[in-house]
Design a protein around this ligand. Sequence first.
Ligand code: PMV
Length: 342
Amino acid sequence: MSVYTASTTAPVNIATLKYWGKRDKTLNLPTNSSISVTLAQDDLRTLTSVATSKSFSEDQLWLNGKLESLESERTQHCLQDLRNLRAKLESGDSSLPPMSTWKLHIVSENNFPTAAGLASSAAGFAALVVAIAKLYQLPESASEISKIARKGSGSACRSVFGGYVAWEMGSEADGSDSKAVEVAPQSHWPEMKAAILVVSAAKKDTPSTSGMQHTVTTSDLFQQRIHNVVPQRFEEMKKSIQDRDFDLFAELTMRDSNSFHATCLDSYPPIFYMNDTSRQIVKLCHQINEFFNKTIVAYTFDAGPNAVLYYLQENETKLMAFIHQVFQRNSGWESKFSKQDL
Ligand code: PMV
């Protein structure tokens, strides 16, 4: 009995202009457009392999070596969409094996520890959807496929691409125009680097979906953010990437992280994702930029206390030397940077 297989990797993406708020919970339609910078494939990624055969009796998923349930509504939504597209293809070409009716075996592995405190769902859903699309030989473009990944986890649509990616919120009620598009490939600005400062590896206390809904329904500041701030920032950030203008990119990134966390704080009761250490990192980054009289680093925080820092390769040594001075008593530091590097 033939077994058909396909594999793919999808990178972790970190938003520099945050998605926060859903206008449709089932379809994961956002209340604002967002932008992310994808961490390099070799760094942090999910590797997913899929197989299908007439002989398989049930859909199965192994995640990091453990058998997991595929029952969640989000996962089912993605599988159904992919099977529908495959069925369409099969109906036009009778020589194709009828995979749309066969069960799938999926093996997925992250190359980063769960303890890194990173949301793995984005890379996970993107890899799952892209691997099956490949197996089914779907002719749809990456942007079309991103709409399916979006239904798994909103931010997953951005992990279908590498490099600099925009998620256009769209306006259609059925989500047909809410998709990821490439702003620029990674090679356009390869000097851009990211570092993750793990403040806490604990699971976040308010999951993003419930956090978003709470903000949408209780924060006044949220309306100001989505109507008067983000639309212009979206255009400016895309331009800063196209122009490779780090100064502007960094300022917009930091402002947007602050704006998103401000709407969380403005929710009632408030949501706190950042902690004292996170705030110390914010202050430190501003001090570093002042010290060098130039913007060399930008911070951004997702729905948790960990920081992602963006900087240009040329500034890595002095940036890390500076951070090392402040956090050297914490564990996890290599000794390759020192005061002399400042
Ligand atoms: O896609 P979700 O439901 O994991 O939400 C992601 C929310 C943020 O990470 C805070 C922002 C973003 O745009 O990725």
